[in-house]
Design a protein around this ligand. Structure first.
Ligand SMILES: Nc1ncnc2c1ncn2[C@@H]1O[C@H](COP(=O)(O)OP(=O)(O)O)[C@@H](O)[C@H]1O
Ligand SMILES: [Mg+2]
Length: 255
């Protein structure tokens, strides 16, 4: 294992001691799934009676084989789709009942990143992030102040004017994390964010997610990466066939 991998692992493990105790002290529920199901085409139960709670400060790995329902569960939480039945409370509000005009405001409070980055082509790092603020009608002056600060948080200051096409996979994922953070979300959801990355970039991204969590943002990480999950030593929710088959504090990857 490379030195960078080791450093990231050590950082994550040394951070765990103080974090787990603060998470335990603060048990305020932020997210609650109550018997949530999502059925496609009347037969495929992509999510099947899922119930769980997530509190302030948690870092959660969501694991399970391909087709288990992880991405569907994430789309329900981001209100990209509505469940077939059940309630999803976020900050005491049932988000399945949000009105169409309320959705943009909810989406700003929930940052999402994906395996394929979803960046704008032929735009710079700066422009990719500024765009997320422009569409939210943020004033230009504020955009020019905020964007460089966010770029610094994700460690891309030296690449601020690089085009999307010129970036490595790890750099692209940093841009998408920066874009997900522009509205200071309470929740950052990562759907297989390291699926296209080499091991060194993988650990850099996990370390960055860890730092963001340490600043107080809930992180939910859907992943296949057993080594990542086992190193994190944080809560692990395991899914299979749409069901939550285990939910463990300081869990390990179970198949
Ligand atoms: N839009 C959709 N229409 C029909 N079936 C879907 C749709 N999205 C997901 N599914 C099905 O739901 C199940 C769960 O998929 P998904 O949530 O993508 O799992 P995972 O992210 O764990 O791989 C799979 O059987 C998948 O084929
Ligand atoms: Mg998926």
């Amino acid at each position: 294992m490379s030195e960078i991998n080791l450093k990231s692992k050590e950082y994550i493990q040394s951070s765990n001691a103080d974090l787990s105790s603060s998470a335990q002290k603060n048990s305020d529920t932020v997210i609650e799934f109550k018997n949530v199901s999502k059925t496609y085409q009347q037969c495929i139960r992509a999510v099947d009676s899922a119930s769980f709670k997530i509190s302030v400060g948690e870092f959660i790995s969501l694991v399970g084989p391909s087709g288990a329902g992880k991405s569907t569960l994430i789309r329900l939480l981001t209100a990209a789709e509505k469940p077939t039945s059940g309630q999803i409370y976020v900050a005491s509000r049932d988000i399945t009942q949000l009105k169409k005009q309320e959705l943009p405001f909810y989406h700003r409070k929930v940052g999402v990143i994906f395996q394929d980055f979803k960046l704008l082509p032929r735009k710079t790092v700066y422009e990719n992030i500024a765009f997320a603020l422009e569409v939210a009608d943020i004033a230009n002056k504020e955009i020019t102040e905020r964007v460089p600060k966010i770029i610094e948080i994700v460690g891309l200051t030296s690449r601020i004017n690089a085009m999307t096409e010129e970036l490595s996979g790890g750099e692209k994922q940093r841009v998408s994390i920066a874009r997900a953070l522009v509205h200071n979300p309470k929740l950052l959801i990562a759907d297989e964010p390291t699926g296209n990355l080499d091991p060194v970039s993988t650990w850099e991204i996990i370390e960055l997610l860890f730092k963001i969590n340490k600043q107080g943002t809930i992180v939910i990480l859907a992943t296949h990466d057993k080594e990542v999950v086992d190193t994190l030593e944080r809560r692990v929710i395991s899914m299979r066939d749409g069901k939550i088959i285990s939910d463990q504090e300081k869990g390990k990857y179970v198949l």
